[in-house]
Every structure is written in structure tokens, then in C-alpha cells.
Design a protein around this ligand. Sequence first.
Ligand code: IPE
Ligand code: IPE
Ligand code: MG
Length: 251
Amino acid sequence: MQVEPGEKDKSLYPKHIAIIMDGNGRWAQQRHLPRIMGHPSGVKAVKRVVRFCAEQEIQVLTLFAFSSENWRRPKEEVSKLMGLFMLTMQKEVKSLNNNNIRLRFIGERANFSEKIQQKMAKSEQLTENNTGLTLVIAANYGGHRDITLALRSIAEQVKAGIIEPDEIDETMIADALSVPDLPDPDLFIRSGGEKRISNFLLWQLAYTEFYFTPELWPDFKAETMQAAIDDFLTRERRFGRTSEQVQSMSN
Ligand code: IPE
Ligand code: IPE
Ligand code: MG
């Protein structure tokens, strides 16, 4: 496709963007509100970012909504987050579907209420044939747990005599993790100023480009996303090679 002067070449855009949406609590506290009041504003930011990614024809957007460690938070906050999760699905899934967005969830579902689990399954079924943006919500997700469960399923295959231990390779492990059919993230973004992975997609982020912004999640805008993408476009992804090798490959 022809790229007009001054226009961005979307073929170079990240295909998969993964985001740790952090800073809801501090955003509320800055306004002298209880922490939990930040989460509904965080949902508004989610809607802006999903719209942006759909418009920009990004293939996959993975959002860290609730980590396997977030159960450690005060009971009241966990319960508000569960309520908001359910409410947001009830309000938004129809419009995601109308916009050709496919919704998927990663993380362990058994810890959620029966009602939430049913809504998750129904939302996935409703949107499964959509061909636009794939929106992956990481809920009760932990990178260690993802790898642990993958290794367990491989161990079962060894035990059953289906594979030999020396047949286990990187592809087999990757295939046993959540959503093996999706490409690894090209761009990782974390809002809220912390510079850590917090047990997000540990395996899948091996060669991802990282972008950190001090902006708190409820303030996150389409412009912030564009700034992260513009920064990504300046990076040279070498995957272990030298810069000269990479340049001669792209010529
Ligand atoms: C992220 O914002 C949302 C969730 C983890 C559910 P936080 O609630 O972690 O906000 P801060 O980091 O305390 O400001
Ligand atoms: C990471 O944020 C998880 C989510 C955004 C869902 P946290 O706020 O839980 O991370 P830590 O505890 O500061 O590392
Ligand atoms: Mg936080």
C-alpha cells in the first residue's frame, strides 16, 4: 500500500500491544477520593485505548486487568473490582461485537464467581468469529502460573509416554501457554510510573520493546498511545544480531 508523505506507515506498527494499566488508586487519591473510585475512570481509559487500537488496525491488544496477586488487596477493593468487571462486560460486550472486536480472556477463571465465569464464556462465544481487533483481558493472570500450568501439561504428556523429555523445546512450551495462536507482544506499555513487569506475560515478553509513562491510567489517552507507538517506531529490533546485519536484512 502506498504511504503518503507525512502519513505513518501502519505496516510498521506493533501487531500486538500489551499494557499494564496502573495508577487508578493514586489517581483517585490525588483527588482526595478513596482509591476504589479510580477504577471506573480506568474503565473509561480502557474504552479510549480499545477504540484507538481498533481504528489503527492493531491486531491484538492485551490488557492486564487483575493479577493473581491482586487478591491480596483489601476485601472491599477486590469486591468493587469484581463488580466493575461484571458491569463492564454487561455494558460493553455488545458494542465490542458490533465493532468486529474479538474478546478473549487469559488467567485462571475458577476463582471468579459462577456468574462472572458464565459472562466471560458467553462474551468469548459471541465475538469468536470477529475479524478485527483481538482484545485479550488478563484476569487473575500471573506469568509464573501460566508457565507452571504449561509445564504441568507437558509433564503429563511425558508421563503418558507421548513425548520424550529431550523433545521439549521452546515451541512446545510456548504452545502450552495461554493464547498460543497469538503473536508475542511487540510493544509493552506500563502507565503509572513503576518500571516492573509485576508477573505479567513473562515468557511472551522476551523480545518485546518496553515503554513506561508516568501518566496514571485514568489519564491515559489516544495521544499517549500514539506517543508510545512513535517511540516504538524509532527502535531497532535486533533479536541478538548486530545492527549491520539487521540493516542489510531490511534492504
Ligand atoms: C491498576 O491501578 C488497577 C488494578 C491493579 C486493578 P492500581 O489500583 O494498582 O493503582 P495504584 O498503582 O495503586 O495507583
Ligand atoms: C499490576 O499492577 C497489575 C495490574 C495492572 C492489573 P499492580 O499495581 O498490582 O502492580 P504492583 O503491585 O505495583 O507491582
Ligand atoms: Mg498499582
